[in-house]
Design a protein around this ligand. Sequence first.
Ligand SMILES: [Zn+2]
Ligand SMILES: [Zn+2]
Length: 113
Amino acid sequence: MGSFRNVACPCGFKSAVKVGGGMRDFQTNSTFPFYCEKCGLVEVNVAIGDLCCPKCQTTAVKQYGIPPISEPPLINRGSISWGKYQADPKGHLCPLCKHKTMEFISAGEIMFD
Ligand SMILES: [Zn+2]
Ligand SMILES: [Zn+2]
C-alpha cells in the first residue's frame, strides 16, 4: 500500500510526502507528489477524476516524475510509484530554489494502511 518519502534539496528545503493510499480507502484517496505554481510541493489525490491542488484547488498541477518539472525518467531503483504515476529519486524541481535538485529519499519502508 502507501508509503512515506522524505523530500530534500541541497538548498535546505525539506518536506515529506505520502505516496499511495491506505487499504480501506485507496480507491477514493491515493496521493502522489505534484507541483503547484502557487503552493509548491503538494499531495494530489490521483484516485479520483479531476486532479487538483489540495490547497488552492487549481487544476494546473504538474506531476513530479516527468518534464517539465522533473528530468526525463530513468526509472531507477528506488523510484517512487503508485499505479501509472512514477518518479525517479532525483532531479525534481524544488519549490524553494527552483532548481531540479530536489530528491525523494526512501524513508526505509515506512508503510501505512
Ligand atoms: Zn495550489
Ligand atoms: Zn532547493
